[in-house]
Design a protein around this ligand. Structure first.
Ligand code: NZQ
Ligand code: ZN
Length: 388
């Protein structure tokens, strides 16, 4: 049963090849100083940096540079970014890049004026912001995280060996996001497929919960089918605009709160993946793919009807003459086959995790409820061992 909820998403999207033409009118709504946030240089190589700078200049903005946001942005970088924003009294944080830049911008937005260490406040103590929040806008170059239309910000702390996400509220979500699928075409294949798996897993994390008849599950199945179909085209023909546009749009809807409506949601693959990421600093989507199959095989008996439905509805497994368990397992086998087509990681050892790290990774894994089985610490270790 869907129960009671309110639904609102404040992020305005501009989608398509002409999306950037709307940046100027968005910029008009903010003060003169813009902190331009970007990553390790892909936007300079593609020419997008020059285009954005030209638009900012034509709108009379003062640009405060904040490049070098690393994949899996760190607490140290966040502290530096907050200082830049505060000292320059910036009026808008403009993130140009993937989920890491968008997440980082949101984290900076609540940290510039928080008056204490943002890692401790938001990522260890999970407090909500009470200070002034700087508005965020995004120009997305990688499809995957959904960060362009949600309140999530994931920050890594290498000293503490932790990677933690905080989902902030409406006032932290991007005010606008510009989504031009063409920008994603310069992604290396490894990043493209990691993003695709991230999208698929976001949908799974919400789908594999609950036993009720829920509209969110039907939407989730449609999104999963779309991402699988488009991924097969994009692997063969990375320049196929239709496929890349479907992937980008699916990513946004996979994690912008829509399909979480009425769902308890699981998120354990993300918790395991983030802990692997804290130890290996590997690409987010790969850390998820590496733990997914052992996790899903482990919880399958507890959520058998949903795993059976996943098999028949998403992967068109014929149920004829088979037990529910056989059908469900064939669904996971189909998922595994698709993961191999993508070429995503299917073990954490290929990401640099070792036997010696397992206890530490297990300790860094937050155990959440909401899925079909609340894991014990022992089960977490078992799943990690099976993922090696
Ligand atoms: O830094 P640059 O040079 O831009 O290169 C990036 C980076 O190396 C490159 N890239 C991005 N767009 C490109 C491109 N290279 C060529 N052409 C382009 N068009 O790709 C690499 C990865 O980028 P990154 O932003 O790190 O990837 P992603 O979008 O997967 O973001 C990952 C971060 O988002 C967090 C993850 O934990 C991780 O820290 N997540 C955020 C979520 C949210 N806000 O809700 C949810 C997700 O589950 C996830 O946890
Ligand atoms: Zn993710």
């Amino acid at each position: 049963m869907l129960g009671n909820f309110s639904y609102h998403n404040p992020t305005k999207l501009y989608f398509g090849e002409d999306a950037l033409t709307f940046l100027a009118e968005e910029l008009d709504q903010y003060g003169p100083t813009v902190q331009l946030i970007y990553g390790g240089g892909s936007i300079k190589k593609s020419g997008l940096y020059d285009e954005i700078v030209a638009i900012l200049r034509s709108c009379g903005k003062t640009i405060v540079e904040d490049g070098g946001v690393m994949p899996n942005p760190t607490a140290d970088k966040l502290r530096q970014g907050a200082k830049i924003a505060r000292e320059n009294k910036v009026d808008l944080l403009l993130a140009v890049g993937g989920g890491s830049c968008c997440d980082y911008a949101k984290a900076v937005s609540v940290s510039a004026y928080c008056g204490e260490d943002p890692w401790d406040k938001y990522f260890l103590r999970f407090e909500e912001p009470t200070c002034k929040i700087i508005p965020v806008g995004c120009v997305l170059t990688m499809a995957g995280t959904g960060s362009e239309m949600n309140g999530g910000a994931v920050i890594s702390n290498h000293e503490e060996k932790l990677k933690i996400g905080h989902v902030f509220g409406d006032d932290v979500m991007p005010k606008f996001s510009i989504l031009n699928p063409r920008y994603t075409m310069t992604l290396p294949k490894r990043q493209m497929v990691a993003g695709i798996y991230d999208i698929f897993n976001h949908i799974c994390e919400q789908y594999f919960s609950g036993t009720d008849d829920n509209t969110s599950d039907y939407i989730a199945e449609a999104l999963m089918k779309s991402v699988v179909a488009s991924s097969r085209v994009a692997i063969r023909a990375p320049e196929d605009y239709e496929a890349r546009s479907n992937i980008m749009w699916t990513a946004t809807w996979a994690l912008n709160t829509l399909i979480a409506c009425g769902k308890t949601t699981d998120w354990m693959v993300h918790m395991l993946g983030q802990a692997v990421g804290a130890y290996t600093d590997q690409t987010h989507g790969m850390t998820l793919s590496a733990v997914s199959l052992p996790y899903y095989r482990h919880i399958l008996p507890y959520g058998l009807p949903k795993f059976k439905r996943f098999a028949t509805e998403v992967w068109q497994i014929s149920p004829l003459g088979k037990t529910d368990e056989q059908i469900a397992l064939e669904g996971l086998a189909a998922l595994e086959g698709w993961m191999r087509e993508l070429g995503v990681a299917t073990s954490i050892s290929e990401l640099g995790a070792t036997e010696e790290m397992l206890d530490g990774i297990a300790d860094a894994t937050f155990i959440l409820d909401g899925g079909y089985k609340v894991l014990t610490k022992e089960e977490v270790k078992e799943i990690l061992r099976e993922s090696l």
